[in-house]
Ligand binder design. Structure first.
Ligand SMILES: CC(C)(COP(=O)(O)OP(=O)(O)OC[C@H]1O[C@@H](n2cnc3c(N)ncnc32)[C@H](O)[C@@H]1OP(=O)(O)O)[C@@H](O)C(=O)NCCC(=O)NCCS
Length: 259
């Protein structure tokens, strides 16, 4: 079974830094000590108002292409894992495609929040293994700070802006992607959500903005945290077991090559 090779990677964060102390200065009822003790976060990057997700993605993608020794014309699939696309329609991957000048590629976004890049890797793998694609650009990128309520100390301390990119191909050499593991549990949707802007509410209205429905709402902070930690441990064990037993496959997983 041929492997999936990582030809190049790249990352980009915008230059503007917002520290925990800056948040305090903005009047948020929090401290650097509280945030660093619970999250390890001391500072986050903030995109300028005219910078969108495809702009961050472009910088990361250029670095990944350079490392891979390829040009955008070599790509036949471009995926962005994001919940903060430049526009609801078209996708962020569409905008990135135009900026990269890669009209030969197929493009779409993958919506899986924090797991977006991992889901993107998994989707890219399936396209490579079926032979539909030969060279795939996978990006994980967010401008999360646009979705935050800066008066809500339970959420605005947690997120920032940035992008990471990888170029994948089907090949047995170089750095190999050993396995990907993806799972979802739809029952937890109410714990952490962006309620406005979809078909559940009027997409955009004065009322929905006044209620803060366009921002990230964490209804049950500890619930999300507990679910994330439990499943992260399970996924690590799953990856370890799978990479030790090359014949094993599991949901959303491609057959593994021995290490
Ligand atoms: C950050 C986090 C670890 C904190 O968890 P915690 O220590 O259990 O804290 P809680 O949210 O229960 O809040 C405890 C207290 O701190 C307060 N608090 C919350 N945010 C605060 C902040 N930024 N600064 C100071 N106090 C804060 C709460 O109001 C609460 O006070 P109370 O007991 O008087 O009501 C947790 O909320 C978290 O990780 N959440 C998000 C994780 C997540 O969902 N990530 C994305 C998944 S895809």
């Amino acid at each position: 079974m041929p492997g999936i090779r990582i030809l190049g990677t790249g990352s980009y964060v915008p230059p503007r830094v917002l520290t925990n102390f800056d948040l305090q200065k903005m009047g948020l009822d929090t401290t650097d000590e509280w945030i660093t003790q619970r999250t390890g976060v001391r500072e986050r990057r903030i995109a300028d108002p005219d910078v969108a997700t495809s702009d961050l993605s472009l910088e990361a993608s250029r670095k990944a292409l350079e490392m891979a020794g390829l040009t955008a014309k070599d790509l036949d699939l471009i995926l962005i894992g994001t919940i903060t696309p430049d526009t609801c329609c078209p996708s962020a991957a569409n905008w990135l495609q135009a900026k990269l000048d890669a009209p030969q590629a197929v493009t779409f976004d993958v919506t899986a929040a924090c797991s977006g890049f991992i889901f993107g890797l998994n989707v890219a793998t399936q396209y490579l293994l079926t032979g539909f694609s030969k060279t795939v650009l996978v990006v994980g990128a967010e401008v999360m700070t646009r979705t935050l309520n800066w008066k809500d100390r339970t959420t605005c301390i947690l997120w920032g802006d940035g992008a990471g990119a990888a170029i994948l191909t089907k090949d047995s050499g170089g750095h190999q992607l050993l396995s990907t593991h993806i799972h979802t549990d739809g029952k937890n949707g109410q714990d952490l959500l962006m309620p406005g802007g979809g078909s559940r509410t009027t997409p955009i209205s004065h009322e929905s903005v006044d209620k803060g429905l366009h921002t990230l709402n964490m209804i049950e902070a500890n619930a999300s945290f507990r679910v994330a930690v439990r499943h992260f441990v399970e996924s690590i064990k799953e990856a370890r077991t799978t990479t030790r037993s090359p014949s094993r496959t599991s949901r959303g997983l491609f057959p593994i090559r021995p290490t």
